[in-house]
Design a protein around this ligand. Structure first.
Ligand SMILES: [Zn+2]
Length: 224
């Protein structure tokens, strides 16, 4: 991990979503609390949670936001094109079959993120890259400052694979353009932290991930 800050990962919910807590100087940004918001808040009681960001609108990434907001009182935000549908995630994401007490619709977002926006957390900064394909408003957070060397990529990119595009709002055409762009803008020595599964590096994915090879066009059979 190139960053000198601390990154914690909580695996939550039926779909084993990676919820990340990025901690810089005692302040914490929570990314994708997909379930178990109250437990996440408890696990982060030693730091000051200041903001929540969701990489996209699917229930397994936003299902824990309401409880986390209730416990911490902090604002949450999401890519502008996923903002309208996020508060209906339970209804929209019915394919995920999550019916559990620690998952619920998030409240209306307090803010929306656009391409080029920067989410700041002390000396860490995260540049927003819009990455449509898995959902219309999906985003990647590319670390800068003391967060340089990490990228939170949600369900856009996985170790050896990419996000599925057959769900509502998904588009393989957009996904293939997004992947082509990520291959260019994410430095090879970046640690890739995905919404599901293990961490990887951009260098490893550029060399091995079939969806990142030049000219790769494959039918929409990604994952998660
Ligand atoms: Zn998803």
């Amino acid at each position: 991990m190139a960053s000198k800050d601390e990154i914690r990962c909580f695996v939550v919910g039926d779909l084993q979503t990676n919820c990340y807590a990025y901690v810089c100087d005692g302040e914490c940004l929570v990314i994708d609390p997909g379930a178990s918001g109250a437990q996440i808040a408890e696990a982060l009681s030693d730091v000051r949670v200041v903001r929540i960001v969701a990489t996209h609108r699917h229930l397994d990434h936003v299902g824990g936001i309401r409880a986390l907001v209730e416990a911490t009182g902090v604002p949450w935000c999401i890519g502008h094109l996923d903002a309208d549908d996020a508060p209906r995630a339970v209804e929209i994401s019915s394919h995920m079959f999550e019916d559990r007490p620690d998952v619920s619709n998030p409240p209306t977002p307090d803010g929306v993120l656009h391409e080029g926006d920067v989410v700041e957390l002390g000396t860490a900064r995260f540049k927003v890259i819009e990455t449509p394909g898995h959902t219309p408003g999906g985003i990647v957070l590319l670390g800068e400052g003391t967060a340089e060397g990490v990228a939170f990529v949600g369900d856009t990119l996985f170790a050896g694979s990419c996000g599925r595009t057959d769900l509502a709002g998904g588009s393989w055409e957009q996904m293939s353009r997004t992947l082509e762009r990520l291959a260019q803008v994410i430095p090879p020595n970046t640690t890739i932290l995905s919404g599901h599964g293990p961490a990887t590096t951009m260098e490893h994915e550029l060399g091995t991930n079939p969806y990142l090879q030049p000219g790769a066009w494959r039918p929409s059979h990604g994952e998660a």
